[in-house]
Design a protein around this ligand. Structure first.
Ligand SMILES: NC(=O)c1ccc[n+]([C@@H]2O[C@H](COP(=O)([O-])OP(=O)(O)OC[C@H]3O[C@@H](n4cnc5c(N)ncnc54)[C@H](OP(=O)(O)O)[C@@H]3O)[C@@H](O)[C@H]2O)c1
Length: 275
């Protein structure tokens, strides 16, 4: 992990670099997504996380093409939707996403959810896309331990990234350690718990101590654990706020304290239901 004071990058298991902090664009419609990505790129964000399911790939592509930031300096993720899973369907879905994004390549392509009946063939299609150099890295989302164990029985490529719901309130420390030993980069979705714990008095105490907002404390906690985080915002002030986390450090004691905030709190459905 290299901390440049402005952005932190991690090196994925195939040697490519990915910023740890990015912008998630779920639940952005009409012109919101294009505007948010435009602002974010100007502020220094270099990772954008979209998905076929979010129905805003066209707007994301527009914002990236219109930006003065070079395409090679942007890390773009999209995901195969549940309704598009299966070998041939996934190859078609990838083509559709490329067309909508109107760009030459995608940096990271993920399986959005581990659907029992199709996840194996979907992964095989992702491996084909990777081996034929149509995508720079492949990974999974919502793959808790049993899904990763199953995947390892047939995968030729180890996922570069696993995007799961994660926050101080849903920490999964041993899973983080496991993924590190496997060379899989964890990425936290809903890292802000959609604002549901901003009034936690312990978080407010840390906020006061470090002169940072609750959102900044939570995001910094993730980055210091080496976890990628993709908070969503359509508001320029909050976008800026979420990006200003590279000018302070949470002490080791406070990191340990935050680790104890875990209460197994999920705001998105539990992937184990798909086992
Ligand atoms: N792979 C998956 O299955 C999966 C599932 C869920 C999400 N994701 C990804 O993860 C991303 C983030 O998750 P999320 O959008 O569900 O939740 P989140 O990032 O935890 O929270 C977003 C919510 O918090 C608000 N917010 C953002 N910054 C704030 C701040 N500094 N202070 C106060 N409020 C703030 C946003 O409102 P405003 O926009 O008004 O600022 C929005 O309502 C998604 O966009 C998506 O890319 C992936």
């Amino acid at each position: 992990m290299v901390d440049s004071g402005k952005q932190v990058y991690t090196t994925l298991n195939n040697g490519i670099k990915m910023p740890l902090l990015g912008l998630g664009v779920y639940d952005m419609y009409n012109n919101e997504a294009e505007q948010a990505v435009d602002w974010a790129l100007k502020m220094g964000y270099r990772l954008i996380d979209t998905a076929s399911m979010y129905e805003n790939e066209i707007e994301i592509g527009n914002a990236i093409r219109q930006s003065s930031v070079k395409r090679e300096d942007i890390f773009l993720t999209t995901k195969v939707n549940n309704s598009e899973q299966g070998y041939d369907q996934t190859l078609r879905a990838f083509e559709n996403s490329l067309k909508k994004l109107d760009c030459e390549y995608i940096d990271l392509y993920l399986i959005h959810w581990p659907l029992k009946e199709s996840r194996k063939n979907t992964w095989k299609a992702l491996e084909y896309l990777y081996e034929t150099k149509q995508v720079r890295a492949i990974g999974v989302a919502n793959y808790l331990l049993p899904f990763l164990e199953e995947l390892s029985t047939y995968a030729n490529v180890v996922p570069a990234v696993n995007q799961i719901e994660l926050s101080p309130y849903l920490f999964q420390k041993s899973f983080l350690e496991f993924c590190k030993t496997q060379g899989i980069q964890l990425q936290a979705y809903t890292p802000l718990v959609r604002g549901q714990r901003f009034n936690d008095t312990r978080l407010l105490e840390l906020s006061k101590k470090y002169y940072k907002t609750p959102a900044q404390i939570i995001l910094r906690w993730a980055i210091q654990h080496g976890i990628s985080a993709i908070p969503k915002s359509v508001n320029p002030i909050r976008l800026q706020e979420n990006f200003q986390i590279f000018d302070f450090e949470i002490s080791a004691n406070d990191m340990e304290w935050m680790d104890t905030f875990d209460e197994n709190l999920r705001v998105v459905e539990d992937p184990m239901e798909l086992l």
